[in-house]
Design a protein around this ligand. Structure first.
Ligand code: PMP
Length: 418
C-alpha cells in the first residue's frame, strides 16, 4: 500500500504527502470555487481509497453474518472480522486479541466501562477521578454512574497552559478513588498528558486507569502494555477508518472480572429461562450482530497508518503543529488556547472581535474547513473564560501550504471585523 510513501532525500521522517493525498479521493475537490483545505480532522478524518474499497468489497463479495455460519461467505466474513481484531491488537500492542472489544466508538467504550466495571466497583461515597480537560464523553458517563451510586466525581485541575496539575492529581487520589479516567490527548487543547506518571501514581494506590485515546492514536505510537493502562478507548473514524466502529482495550484480568454490558445474541454460551451463561471475553461484551464492515474498514485504516510508519506520521503531525503554532500565533489579535509543552494534533485559538463561528463561516468561503464551538468540552471553555474556540486539526494529508491558506483566511476575517 504505502510502505514506500516517503520521498528519498527528505530523510526517513518525511512522508510523501503529495502521494498520500492521492489516496484520499475526497480531497480532490473545490468548495465555493476554492481548493478544499480540510483541517477538521479531530472531529473526523477523511478515508483513504483502501478503506472505502475494503468496505465495498465486503458488501459486494462476502457480506454475511459472522460467528454463526458454516457456509463459505460467513466463514470469510468471520475470518476478516477476526483479522481486523488482530490488526487492532498489533496496532496498540495488546498482549492478546481477546483484550480488544469492538464498540461504536470512544463514547461507547467509556460508557461500557462505566456501566460494567463502574457499576460493579463504585459504591456510595466512592470517588471517580477525571480531569478538567475531558471530552463530554469522558465526563457524562461517570456523572450518570456517580448519580446512581451516590458516589463523587472529582476533577483534577489544569493550569493556564492547559496542563494537568499533577500535584493536585496525587492529592486527589484517595482510598475512596475507584477509577481514574483521563484523556491521552485533549481534543480542545491538544495537551498530551503524562500518562506513564499518571498510571504509575494511580496504580500505587491500586486504582485502575481508563485512557481516552480518541485524539492520540492518529498522532503517536500507542503501546498499551508499556503504558500499563487498564482500559484504552478510541474511535475508528478519527484515524482514517469508518464511523460507527471503535475499540475498547481492556487488560485480560480486568475484563475477566467484569459483568456483561448489553444482553443479546453472541454474548452468551447458553440460555434457558432459568439461567444464562456468558460467552468468553471479548464476545461477552459484544452483544448482537457487530459492525462487520466497520471493523474490516478499521483494520485496513490501521494497516494504512502502519504502512506509512507511525513514527513518520507523528513527526509530520508535530511539524505541522509547530508551523501552525508559529504562523497562527503571530497573527494580530490571535490568542492561542492550549499552550502546553507537549501537544499533538490540534491548534485552538480565539481571534479578537471575531466570534469563532463567524471565523469558521468566513474560512468556509475560502474552502477551509475548521471546527468552531466548545468541542464537547464545555468545562475547558469555562476554565479559559470563553464560550468557544476555533480549532484547526491536522492529518497525514495536510501541508504547510494549507496552513498558509488558513493564516491568510484568518487575516482576512480579522480585517472584515476590524
Ligand atoms: N474523546 C475525545 C478526546 C474526543 O475528541 C472525542 C470525539 N470528538 C471523543 C472522545 C468521542 O468520540 P466519538 O464521538 O467518536 O465516540
Amino acid at each position: 500500500m504505502s510502505t514506500a510513501a516517503y520521498r528519498t532525500g527528505l530523510g526517513p521522517a518525511a512522508l510523501d504527502v503529495e502521494r498520500i493525498r492521492r489516496d484520499f479521493p475526497i480531497l480532490d475537490q473545490t468548495i465555493h470555487g476554492k481548493k478544499l483545505v480540510y483541517l477538521d480532522n479531530a472531529a473526523t478524518s477523511q478515508k483513504p481509497r483502501a478503506v472505502i474499497d475494503a468496505i465495498v468489497r465486503y458488501y459486494e463479495h462476502y457480506n454475511s453474518n459472522v460467528h454463526r455460519g458454516v457456509h463459505t461467505l460467513s466463514m470469510r466474513a468471520t475470518e476478516a472480522h477476526d483479522e481486523a481484531r488482530e490488526t487492532v491488537r498489533r496496532f496498540i500492542q495488546a498482549a492478546d486479541a481477546s483484550e480488544i472489544i469492538f464498540v461504536r466508538g470512544a463514547t461507547e467504550a467509556v460508557n461500557l466501562v462505566a456501566q460494567t466495571y463502574g457499576r460493579a466497583n463504585v459504591g456510595e461515597g466512592d470517588e471517580v477521578l477525571i480531569t478538567a480537560m475531558e471530552h463530554h464523553s469522558n465526563i457524562v458517563p461517570w456523572q450518570i454512574l456517580c448519580q446512581e451510586k451516590h458516589a463523587r466525581l472529582r476533577v483534577v485541575p489544569i493550569n493556564d497552559a492547559g496542563e494537568l496539575d499533577l500535584e493536585a492529581f496525587e492529592k486527589l487520589l484517595s482510598p475512596r478513588t475507584r477509577i481514574v479516567a483521563v484523556a491521552h490527548v485533549s481534543n480542545a487543547l491538544g495537551t498530551v498528558n503524562p500518562l506513564r506518571k499518571i498510571i504509575q501514581l494511580a496504580h500505587a494506590h491500586d486504582v485502575p486507569v481508563l485512557v481516552d485515546g480518541a485524539q492520540a492514536v492518529p498522532h503517536m505510537a500507542v503501546d498499551v502494555q508499556a503504558l500499563g493502562c487498564d482500559f484504552y478507548a478510541f474511535s475508528g473514524h478519527k484515524i482514517y477508518g469508518p464511523t460507527g466502529i471503535g475499540v475498547l482495550y481492556g487488560k485480560e484480568e480486568v475484563l475477566a472480572e467484569m459483568p456483561p454490558y448489553q444482553g443479546g445474541g453472541d454474548m452468551i454460551r447458553s440460555v434457558t429461562f432459568e439461567k444464562t451463561t456468558y460467552n468468553v471475553v471479548p464476545y461477552m461484551f459484544e452483544a448482537g450482530t457487530p459492525d462487520i464492515a466497520g471493523a474490516i474498514g478499521l483494520g485496513v485504516a490501521l494497516e494504512y497508518v502502519m504502512g506509512l510508519g507511525i513514527d513518520r506520521v507523528a513527526a509530520h503531525g508535530q511539524d505541522l503543529l509547530a508551523y501552525a503554532t508559529e504562523k497562527v500565533g503571530a497573527i494580530d489579535g490571535v490568542r492561542l488556547i492550549g499552550t502546553a509543552q507537549h501537544r499533538a494534533g490540534v491548534l485552538s485559538f480565539v481571534l479578537d472581535n471575531v466570534h469563532p463561528h463567524d471565523l469558521g463561516t468566513i474560512l468556509d468561503r475560502e474552502g477551509i474547513a475548521i471546527r468552531t464551538g466548545h468541542h464537547c468540552a464545555q468545562p475547558v471553555m469555562d476554565r479559559f473564560g470563553i464560550p468557544a474556540t476555533a480549532r484547526a486539526s491536522f492529518a497525514v494529508y495536510n501541508t504547510k501550504e494549507e496552513i498558509d491558506a488558513l493564516v491568510d483566511g484568518i487575516r482576512k476575517a480579522h480585517e472584515v471585523f476590524a
